[in-house]
Design a protein around this ligand. Sequence first.
Ligand code: PMV
Length: 327
Amino acid sequence: MRALSWPNQSVKGQVTATIHQMITCSAPGKVYLFGEHAVVYGQPAIACAVERRVFTSVKLLASGEITVSAMGKIQNCHSTEFRYICQAVQTFKKRTKNDFGAEITIKSELPPSQGLGSSAAVTVSTIKALSECLGIGLRDQEIAGMGHQVEHAIQGRASPADTFVSATGGVVFIEGTKTSHLMHPDVPIIIGATGITRSTGDVINSVARMKRDYPEIINNIMSTIGDITRLGERKLIGGDINNVGELMNINQGLLESIGVGDIMLDKLIYRARDEGALGAKMTGAGRGGCMFAIAREGNVNAIAEALAREGAQVFITAFSNAGLRVE
Ligand code: PMV
């Protein structure tokens, strides 16, 4: 492993690079239009980047220490906090065979651990910022792959969907290693955050337990979610947004059946539908976290107000084509 002797301006070995002292990169959060959980078992999913982002600033340090400052706390990587960021640094060091110290500062427009892909966004934006700082120029797809390794190492199981969509942006149909970008639907998104946080790994494990106990039933549910995703892809391509909304609602019912629902999520989902949402479902691991609705412009305010009345933190946002970005 090459130690960078700061402020030396070159990296020894095959990469000769310009080192930047400080860089900020950002990556978007995402919602799952269809297919979370089923995607962990090889079914397709459609995940969409949204216009809310995580910003990661990296400043290289002469000392070998990594410090992380986020959510009003400062820690080094010997603590158990900020596991995604510290694992991202480790993965980056191993892949690029560099050793260095860095001060990493996170600013986020996403509520953490609530299904909007904040972990994926923080992971890929950290790798991108390190890559830019050291002048290594990793491609966004490579960063997505490294981000997936990070999520896998921390969660035990993870699909490549979150890190891929955060790295590349847009609306992504993902099935195994196959990915394709679709046109994004031109409708607003209303997100309701319950404020209930949970570990993605724990929820994934509880689904794995159900799958072990009732394989015939859970395998069928997963494959039906896969069918919904495939049909959803065709409806998106055809611009049939009413059908997309209805398929979201069907997908929600099946997520309920695998035990990842929550009473507050349900209330928000039904309020949104009552106020005219085309479709409303949870996003991400579930058991709290966020739901979102898609709606015609004329219904957006009524939905947002109804969700706020139920005590949700509400974000009105849109689908976004932008993935990783150097700020
Ligand atoms: O809650 P999130 O944003 O971590 O999303 C988890 C989505 C799962 O399908 C449950 C897991 C995965 O890695 O795809």
